[in-house]
Structures are given as structure tokens and as C-alpha cells.
Ligand binder design. Structure first.
Ligand code: ACO
Length: 510
């Protein structure tokens, strides 16, 4: 049924979307230049060729459960939310440590004190797309007859690690939680969700005892670009059908974020959208200084014949440079500094835009998003930023909560490529062991981070939380070094250690 604005205004809650976001990334990273030297590849391959500066990684102290515990608890704390205000919680991840028990059920421990067990949703899996599917589920729930007026929380999280070799520099890791509800500052545009799904063996994880995927890198890039073409076409068709524009092109978006396996692919993707626009036009202007300058030789070319055509790629990247700089580069802050976080990658791009742009540059803007998960599942959709940026508004608060991203990135510890490789080898040897005590440093973790203390003989996992010291109270890296290495607070500590297998909250109270 076509989108019906009248129906939307009367039957559905208004402005459903993202109200708050919380980003968590590991407290250590490896420098990609150092990794180039250590891996013996030519200088510039990872930094210029792939466009990556730093790669975050986790030691054996963190797993998918701990990442999600950390990010959800921080989302709740920083937004002063009560645990009984949540009616749906789901997790998108491809980091599987249990074939049956969902991460969502582990997160239910955070709700224990509130007594709230009436919470829909479980985990959703398909490579980097699981988070998007979880997000769509949450939006659908809020717009359905099942909605009971409470918030939804969507958690995306992954540890993205590859075996030694050419894919390893495209790893990363982290988690991102989103609070959803009506009257949001980032509103999902109704009727504009485009989907492409297909069977492909481009990247998959058939070896259940290994953290590493099997990856056909070149095929995965081709599948990504093909999915982008298809989703963009379908998205544009929906915009036209809904009568929002007469002609749709890149101009439709003020910002556009992509799933980001590595930054160079995203720059090429903007070029790819420009190629799509060019091929759609009946008489595109390719003269010097015009929109499609440099593309004249490619009139009538078929999109499917261009995936490996470096000439087309270069011309499109050049021609779309201005659009890329303005609309997409601000989204690459986290991807460039943390790497591919898998399911959180796209939403890390969104958080980066909010953090990088001024409030004035955000109000009333349209943000396009392209989600891709190998195997494959993909979508293009868009968000409209609210027009209310007044002090204390939800947009104001969302932006304020993300303004410390750069500072937090600077507070991480740089680990040498040699040490990183040793830590990866250790992770590889100890992955999925039972009766295991992790070895990684607790001191190096950010305050407020949950970490794994023990995996018992039945593979049951126990976690503790590092006492929380607000990031806002850590004005400089030097100060943070002190905080990270300081002994545990002597203030009274309230332990909510339940008679379950996991102790989840170890919070400092005044
Ligand atoms: N200086 C500058 N650039 C260089 C240098 C150098 N010294 N050496 C190489 N390059 C360039 C190359 O020309 C190439 O750029 P181009 O593609 O624009 O021509 C780029 O660096 C990468 O070099 P390749 O030889 O193509 O890299 P390789 O094939 O070794 O690996 C790949 C790249 C396939 C992306 C690999 O890292 C991988 O498999 N990653 C995981 C899969 C992935 O991320 N897929 C994306 C979608 S699916 C997902 O999200 C998981």
C-alpha cells in the first residue's frame, strides 16, 4: 500500500526514531602505519589504500556480552533512564559465543533490580546487517498495535577480527546502543525503506570454533557495491512514488552514512552513487565545472560491468569529491579511528556526523543510511533531523552526549603492532575455552567497562564492572592515565551481586 501521510499522522505515534545514542569502543588500538611495517606490506597500503588510521581491538577481557553490558548501562546512566521504562530490547550482532542463549538474555541482568522482565526482543544475526534488522524491528514495534508506550533499546555490537593476512587491517570492534521512541530528534522517514537480499558466499563464519570469518574480499566488495546500486535505485523509486521529489539524486541527502568496512570503500561508494545519478539522467552535463565532469566516456555503460573498472572508479571518486567531503567525510570519524565495528559500523557513522556537525548544520537535515551485511542483506533508508535545537531539546541533548567522542578516542592507549599480534594470537588460542581465567589488563579498560572474570567448566561466564568515573571528569589524556592506573575507589561500593552466575553492577555511590 502506498505511503499515506494522513494515516501516519492519525494512527501512528509521531516522529518515531532515535532519541539517544551511546558508543563504546575498546580502550586500546593499534596504529595502521605500525601494522604496515609489522605485516611487511608497502607503506601506505592500509593508511592510504584502505584509508584507515587506527584499529581498536579487545583483549580476552572483553567479549560480546561485556561490550553490550557496558554500552547499555552507560546509555541508561547518561540519559538517567529507569530500567522499567524499556519495553523492548534487542541485540544485533554476528559475534556468536553461544548458539542458543542470546546476548539479550545476558543483558536482562541489568534489569534485575527494576523487576522489569516484560521486555520483548532477542538477538538478530546476519553479518553487519543484524543491527539494522533489530532497529527496524524496534521501529515496527513502536508503530504497531503491540506497542505499550515504553521505549525500545537496540544494541549493536561486535568484535571484528580476521586471521593474519590482508583482511586483518579491516578489523575493529565496539558497541553502540540506541534509545528509540516517539518525538525523536532523528526521525525515520516513513515509506522510504529500500531492501536488497541475496545468497552470496562473500564473507561467512562456518567454523564455529573460530572467531575468524572465511572471506572472499574482492567478492565482498563487489557484493557491497551491487547492493548499494540496488538499494539506491529502490530508495529513489520510493521517494518518487511518495511524491517527495520530481528527480532524485545525491542532492536529496544532506548527509549520507555507509556501513564502513574501510574508509576508502565509502569514498568509492559516494562515487558509485554519482555514477548511478549520471546513468539515470537523459542528457547529463559532463563539461568541465559541471556536475558530471569527467564522466563523458562512460555514457550508457552498464552498472554491472563496472565493479572492477578502475577508470570508472577513479573518475567517479574525482567527480563526487565535493559531495563526499561535505556529506560523508564527517561520518568517518569512528571508522577511521576504530575500524570496522561490524553491526555498529553504520551507526558509528551516524554518531560521527552528529558529533562532527554543528547544531545549526544538523537541524531539519536528511541523513541517508546504507546498511550492508555479507551473505547478504542490505538496506537504504533515511532519517530526518528535528528542527528543534533549542537548549534542553532532545536534539541538543543527543549532540551534547556525543560531543566527547574525539576526547574519548584520544584517551585510548596505543599498543604496538607486535604486541597487538601477540594479543591476537592469545585470543586465538584461548577463544571458547572453558575453565578459563582471562589474562588481559583490567587497568587499561575505561572506567565503567564490564569485563570477563571467568569462564567456568560449563562455559558459564562471569563479569565485573570497573568502577565508573565519568569521562566528563577526565579533562586530559594525562589525567586519564592517572585515573586508569589509580587503585579502586575507597568510596562505599554497592554490590548488586546476585545469586546468579554473573555479578553485573559494581557502582560507586555517593
Ligand atoms: N600505497 C597506497 N595505496 C596502496 C598501496 C600503497 N603502498 N598498496 C596498495 N594500495 C592500495 C591498492 O591499490 C588498493 O586500492 P584500490 O582498490 O583503490 O586500487 C588498496 O590499497 C587495497 O589494496 P589491495 O591489494 O586491493 O588489498 P587486498 O586485496 O590485499 O585487501 C581487502 C583488501 C580485499 C578489502 C581485504 O582487506 C579484505 O578482504 N577485507 C575484509 C573484507 C571486507 O572488508 N569487505 C568489505 C565488505 S564486507 C564487510 O563489511 C566485512
Amino acid at each position: 500500500m502506498p505511503y499515506n501521510k494522513e494515516m501516519s499522522d492519525t494512527r501512528w505515534p509521531k516522529d518515531v526514531g532515535i532519541i539517544a545514542m551511546e558508543v563504546y569502543f575498546p580502550s586500546q588500538y593499534v596504529d595502521q602505519e605500525d601494522l604496515e611495517i609489522c605485516d611487511g606490506v608497502s607503506k601506505g597500503k592500509y593508511t592510504i589504500g584502505l584509508g584507515q588510521a587506527k584499529m581498536g581491538f579487545c583483549t580476552d577481557r572483553e567479549d560480546i556480552n561485556s561490550l553490550c553490558l557496558t554500552v547499555v548501562q552507560r546509555l541508561m546512566e547518561r540519559n538517567q533512564l529507569s530500567y522499567d521504562s524499556i519495553g523492548r530490547l534487542e541485540v544485533g550482532t554476528e559475534t556468536i559465543i553461544d548458539k542458543s542463549k542470546s546476548v539479550k538474555t545476558v543483558l536482562m541482568q541489568l534489569f534485575q533490580d527494576s523487576g522489569n522482565t516484560s521486555i520483548e526482543g532477542v538477538d538478530t544475526v546476519n553479518a553487519c546487517f543484524g543491527g539494522t534488522s533489530a532497529l527496524f524491528n524496534a521501529v515496527n514495534w513502536i508503530e504497531s498495535s503491540s506497542w505499550d508506550g515504553r521505549y525500545a533499546v537496540v544494541v549493536t555490537g561486535d568484535i571484528a577480527v580476521y586471521a593474519k593476512g590482508n583482511a586483518r587491517p579491516t578489523g575493529g570492534g565496539g558497541a553502540l546502543a540506541m534509545l528509540l521512541g516517539p518525538n525523536a530528534p532523528l526521525v525515520f522517514e516513513r515509506g522510504l525503506r529500500a531492501i536488497h537480499m541475496q545468497h552470496a558466499y562473500d564473507f561467512f563464519k562456518p567454523n564455529l570454533s573460530s572467531e575468524y570469518p572465511v572471506v572472499d574480499g574482492k567478492l565482498s566488495v563487489q557484493c557491497y557495491l551491487d547492493a548499494l546500486d540496488k538499494c539506491y535505485k529502490r530508495y529513489c523509486d520510493k521517494v518518487l512514488r511518495n511524491g517527495l521529489e520530481d528527480v532524485v539524486s545525491l542532492e536529496h541527502f544532506d548527509y549520507i552514512c555507509f556501513h564502513t568496512p574501510f574508509c576508502k570503500l565509502v569514498q568509492k561508494s559516494v562515487g558509485r552513487l554519482m555514477l548511478n545519478d549520471f546513468l539515470q539522467e537523459s542528457n547529463p552535463d559532463t563539461d568541465e565545472g559541471c556536475r558530471y565532469a569527467g564522466l563523458d566516456a562512460f555514457r550508457g555503460i552498464k552498472l554491472e560491468d563496472t565493479f572492477h573498472n578502475k577508470e570508472v572508479e577513479k573518475a567517479c571518486v574525482k567527480c563526487s569529491k565535493e559531495q563526499f567531503e561535505k556529506k560523508t567525510k564527517p561520518s568517518l570519524l569512528l571508522a577511521n579511528n576504530v575500524g570496522n565495528m561490524y553491526t555498529p559500523s553504520l551507526y558509528g557513522g551516524l554518531a560521527s556526523v552528529i558529533a562532527s556537525a554543528s547544531l545549526a548544520d544538523l537541524v531539519n537535515k536528511r541523513i541517508g543510511l546504507f546498511s550492508y551485511g555479507s551473505g547478504l542483506a542490505a538496506s537504504m533508508f533515511s532519517l530526518r533531523v528535528s528542527s528543534d535545537a533549542s537548549v534542553g531539546s532532545r536534539l541538543y541533548k543527543l549532540k551534547a552526549s556525543l560531543d566527547d567522542l574525539n576526547k574519548r578516542l584520544d584517551q585510548r592507549k596505543c599498543v604496538s603492532a607486535k604486541e597487538f599480534t601477540a594479543l591476537m594470537d592469545h585470543r586465538e588460542r584461548t577463544h571458547h575455552l572453558c575453565d578459563y581465567t582471562p589474562q588481559g589488563s583490567i587497568e587499561d579498560l575505561f572506567p565503567g567497562t564490564y569485563y570477563l572474570t571467568q569462564v567456568d567448566h560449563m562455559h558459564r561466564r562471569q563479569y565485573q564492572r570497573k568502577p565508573l568515573v565519568d569521562f566528563e571528569q577526565t579533562p586530559s589524556p594525562e589525567c586519564n592515565t592517572y585515573l586508569l592506573s589509580s587503585p579502586p575507589s575507597k568510596k562505599p561500593v554497592r554490590n548488586h551481586i546476585k545469586n546468579t552466575m554473573v555479578s553485573v553492577v559494581n557502582e560507586v555511590v555517593n
